[in-house]
Design a binder for this molecule. Structure first.
Ligand SMILES: O=C(O)CCC(=O)C(=O)O
Ligand SMILES: [Fe+2]
Length: 427
């Protein structure tokens, strides 16, 4: 359990003293000058990951501070950035909420929609993620290693928190078919060739062997396993070994509730304003495709990320989608996080953005869709009150309990142009 932030900020507390001791020990063991080898992205990750001293968020953009209705939420958990930390431009949205969106002159195609998702829809999406989505036929990170119940880990946990779930490796002979190991823990940095219409068929026919189950994981109760749920696939199946989609497995439908939020977000943005000063480089041969997103945007893949407060997501580029410019819509739920987004290499210093529950980030266009980004920090104790336990809705209680130490990110992409179906020989 992490010590509460308030304690860590108090030099007389035992939590502070313990963290300081641990910090001094880490520093002592560090090779001299190691920091000189860090790319600007790595340096920023280290800064925001640090448990001691707790990171200073005065350079982190926090647009909730521009919204009076979020004052209570901001006071929660001590963490707060600054409304003017980064150069942003406010843009009007085409929808009725009255809230603005924001664009970043230094990163065309990045759009931030603070509190775009209503409190009710946030709760609905949390229920969807845990109750409806993280179960077969969708794949999650634990499937390779554990024999999960058919009703999904969440539903099994609700009915039987003490039920023991067994590892795959000890319970079947599946392992002889298996060649490539999938990381059991956090996502790793495998560099993959970017997908494109030209490389699509060769990447699609590359073998996608099943991952090997861990031989060291132990049987665990559903309640002990739940915090280890890290991701669940949406739509086309993503193959972690090759970092490519496995189109031979077909695709699951994108849930209508998720699709609707994404469609609403994309159609609320005045794209001509977002890309007005863009040099139109990297859009391909035809006219920039943002001009037709109203008709052509159709999400067909993605991932739900489940983070515990200690989890991070390393710098990466999402480049497996054939559509390399189409909007990627990223919805934040639960505790807040520091999100870093830089440029085409890790040498571009990233912009730090504080994402709170209900915020939507859109990454679109050739520069932003291929930009390095990551999540070095989940900010503990930042759960807004509309996600707390409430006596008026008892069904919500287990979700609220789960969220106390979690953040959920629904990350939705478009792999193919609308209506395109890949025709594969081995399909
Ligand atoms: O959690 C987030 O905000 C970002 C997740 C992400 O970048 C991804 O799933 O590729
Ligand atoms: Fe990503």
């Amino acid at each position: 359990m992490t010590a509460p932030t308030a304690d860590l900020l108090d030099p007389t507390s035992s939590a502070y003293k313990k963290a300081r001791k641990r910090h001094i020990k880490t520093i002592k063991n560090r090779r001299e000058n190691v920091e000189a080898d860090w790319t600007p992205f790595r340096a920023a990750e280290k800064k925001y990951k640090a448990r001691f001293p707790p990171p200073d968020l005065s350079h982190v953009l926090d647009l909730a501070l521009a919204d009076g209705s979020r004052a209570k939420e901001i006071e929660m958990g001590w963490w707060k950035g600054r409304v003017d930390a980064v150069d942003v431009k406010e843009i009007p949205l085409k929808h009725a909420s009255g809230r603005p969106g924001y664009v970043f002159p230094d990163l065309p195609g990045l759009v931030l929609l603070p509190r775009f998702v209503t409190d009710d829809t946030q709760r609905e999406l949390v229920r969807w993620a845990l109750h409806d989505h993280a179960r077969p036929p969708n794949v999650n990170n634990l499937d390779t290693h554990y024999v999960l119940p058919p009703e999904g880990l969440w539903n099994s946990y609700i009915s039987s928190p003490d039920l023991v779930i067994h590892p795959v490796a000890s319970s079947s002979g599946r392992s002889h078919e298996i060649v490539v190991a999938e990381p059991a823990g956090p996502r790793t940095l495998i560099s993959n060739p970017p997908a494109s219409p030209a490389s699509f068929s060769s990447l699609a026919s590359e073998p996608k062997p099943l991952a090997a189950p861990s031989t060291t994981v132990l049987p665990l109760s559903t309640s002990a396993l739940l915090p280890k749920l890290r991701w669940a696939n949406i739509g086309w199946f993503y193959h972690w070994g090759t970092k490519q989609y496995d189109f031979t497995r077909g695709k699951e439908p994108v849930d209508p509730r998720v699709r609707q939020v994404c469609q609403n977000a994309v159609s609320a943005v005045p794209w001509e304003v977002v890309f007005e000063s863009d040099e139109a480089e990297g859009w391909g041969e035809d006219e920039p495709d943002w001009k037709r997103w109203d008709e052509t945007y159709e999400p067909d893949a993605g991932i739900v990320n489940f983070y515990q407060t200690k989890d991070t997501l390393m710098a990466h580029v999402d480049r497996s989608e054939v559509c390399a410019t189409s909007p990627l819509v990223s919805i934040s739920l639960g505790n807040a996080a520091v999100f870093l987004i830089g440029g085409l290499t890790r040498d571009v210093p990233p912009v730090p953005i504080l994402l709170r529950s209900g915020d939507v980030v859109i990454m679109s266009g050739p520069a932003c869709r291929r930009a390095y980004h990551g999540v070095p920090r989940i900010l503990e104790n930042t759960l807004p009150s509309h996600l707390h336990v409430t006596s008026s809705d008892e069904d919500w209680t287990p979700y609220a309990e789960y969220l106390k130490s979690a953040r959920i990110n629904v990350n939705v992409r478009q792999v193919f142009p609308k209506g395109f179906e890949p025709h594969l020989e081995n399909h």
